[in-house]
Design a protein around this ligand. Structure first.
Ligand SMILES: NC(=O)c1ccc[n+]([C@@H]2O[C@H](COP(=O)([O-])OP(=O)(O)OC[C@H]3O[C@@H](n4cnc5c(N)ncnc54)[C@H](OP(=O)(O)O)[C@@H]3O)[C@@H](O)[C@H]2O)c1
Length: 283
């Protein structure tokens, strides 16, 4: 498993396993255990996904030592603010049944995330979190957080996939020592990605699937990945990308798929902001 050094010196696996949209606790626990068997060591959840407890059960039952795993969760908008962040963090630890987190992310650039960041900086300094970061932050908000705070986020988890390639955004983060981690690397299957002629013809050259080509294309840009699947064969397939390297020509060929637009929604549209702010998880 390849690892990357974050800006505070700690190592994070480049490949992780995402658990968004696995609400059924037994399916979630089973999938995480399969992922750990397949060699994944990073698990990406969020308070909003309402499956931290199932992830915690999987960690406990996996037989793998806690220190060998890298656990990420995210603070939801309803918990932003200094006090609420401290409380939500403790609840996440409890649900995950762990006594520290490897990575804690601000899930959205919404609400009182400055208050949250101060709480996260404190928790980091107390040794309760190994790295703190952000998600869905656009470069203007990310740099504002950097210049007004002591600790620079280690990671920004954002949508990056062949249809939304974000070359300049990736460069911005690399220039500011913030690692980009891609969510929806497969665009959640939208735009018929798994039938793309360009991606399948590249895959044929290496005897690899479209999913494997996409993950390799991201890794070769130093972008970390967290593909999600509840299908055991796909869980294994997605982590079987360490024995080939895409040529420069193939990396370049993927550029034509870029639409320069999110496959889902623009996080900065007022209606999207209202909708995101209205989403609440249940305790
Ligand atoms: N920070 C954020 O705001 C944010 C937002 C979205 C996601 N995320 C994180 O990023 C992770 C990944 O993103 P995502 O779950 O949205 O979407 P994704 O990984 O792009 O796509 C998941 C979909 O692709 C299918 N799939 C997976 N591997 C495949 C393969 N090898 N061949 C064919 N189909 C395959 C899965 O099907 P099956 O499951 O049926 O096999 C599922 O329908 C999430 O789980 C979550 O941890 C974060």
């Amino acid at each position: 498993m390849q690892k990357v050094k974050l800006n505070n010196g700690i190592e994070m696996p480049l490949m992780g396993f995402g658990v968004f949209q696995i609400p059924d606790p037994s399916e979630c626990e089973k999938s995480v255990i399969t992922a750990i068997e397949a060699g994944y060591r990073l698990i990406d959840t969020a308070t909003l996904y309402q499956n931290e407890k199932a992830v915690g059960n999987a960690i406990k039952n996996s037989g793998i030592a806690r220190e060998e795993l890298f656990i990420t969760t995210k603070l939801w908008i309803q918990d932003t603010g200094y006090q609420k962040t401290k409380k939500s963090f403790e609840q996440s630890l409890k649900k995950l049944q762990v006594d520290y987190l490897d990575l804690y992310l601000l899930h959205q650039q919404l609400g009182d995330y400055y208050g949250s960041w101060r709480a996260m900086e404190e928790l980091y300094k107390e040794g309760k979190i190994r790295a703190i970061g952000i998600s869905n932050f656009f470069p203007d908000r990310a740099i504002d957080l950097v210049v007004h705070n002591e600790i620079t986020p280690a990671v920004n988890q954002i949508e990056v996939n062949p249809f939304y390639q974000r070359k300049e955004t990736i460069e911005f983060h690399q220039n500011n020592n913030i690692l980009v981690q891609s969510w929806a690397s497969f665009a959640e299957g939208q735009k018929d990605i798994f039938n793309s002629k360009i991606l399948s013809s590249i895959g044929a050259k290496y005897n690899k699937s479209i999913a494997q080509v996409v993950l390799r294309w991201l890794i070769q840009q130093n972008v970390a990945v967290i593909p999600k699947s509840v299908t055991p064969s796909r869980i294994f397939e997605n982590n079987d990308i360490w024995d080939f390297v895409l040529s420069d020509e193939d990396m370049q060929a993927i550029v034509v798929l870029d639409t320069n637009k999110s496959v889902f929604f623009d996080h900065r549209e007022p209606d999207t902001v209202k909708w995101l702010a209205s989403l609440q998880y249940e305790e």
